[in-house]
Design a protein around this ligand. Structure first.
Ligand SMILES: O=C(O)CCC(=O)C(=O)O
Length: 416
């Protein structure tokens, strides 16, 4: 497809004339440049608005300015409209790239997709909520037309070497009570026996209808759908480790470097709402029916649970921590070993002091240092081996420590 037709397709995604005009204060001269770039990008004819190569530099400077604004101070204090400006300016940058191009090379399309992903990752949806997700879909279709075959040809099932997770005790040897196991319980039974009483349980046989169960086994499928997409990756042993860092990278690079390679380096695509970013993958999962139950119907206004992806090699570790919502951790492939403790045991788990890590325990339940944490022996441990097609219900604030025994993909659903 010619870049001009692709640009038109993307412009057709706009619903209203003020789709790209967030309501909020922006530096006057930056806003002026932003508006000039918008009218340049959206103008229909070259005679009305001749090509001006400087416009790329101008919109790029707007993007940089807003990037600095949203990365200054605490993330939660960044005004929503500023992140919406970021979304809008990345969309305009993408349109200008297409406007200035003569044909759609792989490199050009990838550059456009990078703009859209940065908008999705750091921006905030505009009133036209699907603008960037639909833009990404259109660009991805074009990318796959040029290069349908990705360089990484490994599928999970055909990849024979299994890296051993060092030091992980075998599940049977862990002295702990195993969580209850039920087979696809009715809503009523789940509500009464587990949700209302806040008791963890492993649920079997509730994921057969997920298209992901078959499709995601094949890495080529993930690469075709999302290989060129930019995703956040956690690098290092685990998030409470001093050496830990986060990086944005293409999914295909993550897969090659950390997933297919047996280097032993740990990279984890963790706690990321991949499904709002990549709409095609959301079609492969199903929200568990149990998430429509609530402990507090009056104050529960959220339409959908928070859905996150957890995708990585064997050996990823999520240290012992607790979360503020109920969770159904759903295992698509690979096995995970989960250790759990009740919130009543919090004093025996030594939560970190300070706000940032206060939901994380200092004690490592697999190697507890009893001289530093003498009360730990009082905590009652529960264990669960989560296998493909199984879900684990983790009640609000239950502590959980998770290790991937194999290459693994889980999806968590947090709700109240
Ligand atoms: O699977 C993991 O590594 C951690 C999952 C988790 O902590 C969660 O879903 O809240």
């Amino acid at each position: 497809m010619e870049s001009i037709s692709l640009m038109r397709q993307m412009k057709n995604l706009l619903l209203k004339s003020d789709d790209l005009d967030p309501k909020g204060e922006l530096n006057i001269s930056v806003r002026k440049t932003f508006l000039e770039c918008c009218s340049y990008a959206l103008s229909d004819s070259d005679s009305e608005c001749p090509l001006d190569k400087n416009k790329f530099i101008e919109i790029d400077s707007v993007v940089d300015f807003i990037y600095e604004e949203i990365n200054t101070g605490h993330w939660c204090e960044v005004p929503i409209y500023m992140r919406q400006y970021y979304t809008a300016s990345q969309f305009i940058k993408c349109i200008i790239i297409l406007k200035h191009a003569t044909h759609c090379s792989q490199q050009l399309l990838t550059k456009c997709l990078e703009c859209i992903d940065m908008g999705l990752l750091l921006g905030c949806p505009l009133d036209n909520k699907e603008l960037l997700t639909n833009s990404a879909k259109i660009l991805n279709i074009e990318i796959n037309k040029i290069e349908p075959d990705n360089s990484c040809k490994e599928s999970v099932s055909s990849f024979p070497v299994k890296r051993k997770v060092e030091d992980l005790p075998s599940f049977d040897k862990i002295v702990a009570k195993e969580v209850d196991i039920v087979e696809c319980p009715s809503l009523e039974l789940f509500n009464k026996t587990y949700l209302c009483t806040q008791v963890p349980v492993k649920i079997k046989d509730c994921m057969r209808h997920w298209p992901a169960m078959k499709k995601w086994q094949n890495v080529d499928y993930l690469l075709n759908i999302a290989g060129e997409r930019t995703v956040p990756v956690e690098i290092g042993a685990h998030y409470a480790d001093e050496e830990w860092s986060q990086k944005l990278m293409k999914l295909k690079d993550f897969i090659l470097k950390y997933y297919v390679s047996e280097s032993g380096d740990i990279g984890y695509l963790a706690q990321h709402n991949l499904f709002d970013q990549i709409a095609e993958l959301k079609e492969d999962i199903r929200i568990p029916e149990y998430c429509c139950l609530s402990l507090d119907y009056e104050n529960n206004t959220e339409a959908e649970p928070d859905i996150n992806a957890w995708f990585g090699p064997a050996g990823t570790v999520s240290p012992l921590h607790q979360d503020p919502k109920n969770n159904i951790l759903s295992q698509v492939f690979g096995r995970k070993q989960v250790l759990l403790y009740s919130p009543d045991d919090s004093p025996h788990l030594y939560p970190h002091e300070g706000k940032l890590l206060s939901n994380t325990a200092q004690v490592d339940p697999l190697k507890p240092d009893l001289s530093r944490f003498p009360e730990f022996h009082k905590a009652k441990m529960y264990k669960c081996l989560l296998e493909p097609g199984e879900m684990l219900f983790i009640p609000v604030k239950w502590w959980h420590h998770v290790v991937a025994i194999d290459k693994s993909f889980s999806v968590s659903f947090w709700w109240m």
